[in-house]
Design a protein around this ligand. Structure first.
Ligand code: DLZ
Length: 210
């Protein structure tokens, strides 16, 4: 194979990816915001292009990449807990309503459901998460420590929560490398926005089945 035949990057899946029923968490850093914002934009565009509805995408920000694993895990667990509570509350209310035939109790079950509909984080667990940040190497060992901690941390979040967690962290030697990977222009070169790949990966992983 010659180098011109080589397709760098992810090959398209042959499967149809319909994300219209999915709920996705996006957590991003405010460090290197100029570049991170482009990556977030690319991810959101890809999610929506795969049918994920905007109201089912929850976006939260944290200071830096080091905070991504902890924040993602907390938000994923909160949503899992909220949906468990919601289901048991509704079941309890419906059972009480059936027993007493009390309209007011039925009303509270309906109110709980309406309340959850107003707040997407209560609507159910997340089907996937995307954690986005940009680490740029400096003159100390900070970069190595954070990159190592974050990559291992995000892997753990995915495995421990069971929610596919996309590694959307660029680890770059300089800001030009990061800009190109966020689809920005550097000199004569315009890069590819990796956020788009992360959005597609989140949908694909959420829909993965045997
Ligand atoms: C401290 C730090 C440094 C030096 N560089 C970056 C970076 O390039 N990208 C990033 O997202 N965050 C950086 N941080 C901040 C840490 O991730 C973290 O927010 C702080 O150490 C506080 O825990």
């Amino acid at each position: 194979m010659s180098s011109s035949d080589f397709h760098k990057g992810v090959k398209e899946t042959g499967r149809k990816l319909d994300g219209s029923g999915l709920k996705v968490l996006v957590v991003h850093t405010r460090w290197n915001a100029e570049i991170v914002d482009e990556l977030v934009r690319g991810s959101l565009q890809a999610l929506e292009a795969h049918g994920v509805q905007r109201q089912n995408i929850v976006v939260r920000d944290v200071p830096g990449a080091y905070e991504l694993p902890g924040a993602a895990q907390r938000l994923i667990r909160q949503a899992q807990q909220q949906s468990t509570n919601l289901v048991s509350n509704v079941v309890e209310d419906l059972m009480a309503a059936a027993g007493e035939l009390a309209g007011s109790v039925r009303g509270s079950a309906v109110a709980a459901a309406a309340d959850s509909a107003a707040d997407p984080i209560k609507q159910g667990p997340f089907d996937a998460a995307i954690c986005i940040g940009v680490l740029i190497k400096g003159s100390t060992m900070h970069f190595e420590y954070i990159a190592d901690a974050v990559s291992h941390g995000l892997m753990r979040v995915g495995l421990d929560t069971g929610v596919p967690t996309v590694f959307g962290v660029l680890t770059c030697l300089d800001s030009d490398q990061a800009k190109l990977r966020a689809g920005q222009r550097v000199g004569a070169e315009t890069g590819h926005n990796h956020g788009a790949d992360w959005g597609a990966a989140a949908v694909e992983m959420a829909l993965l089945e045997i």
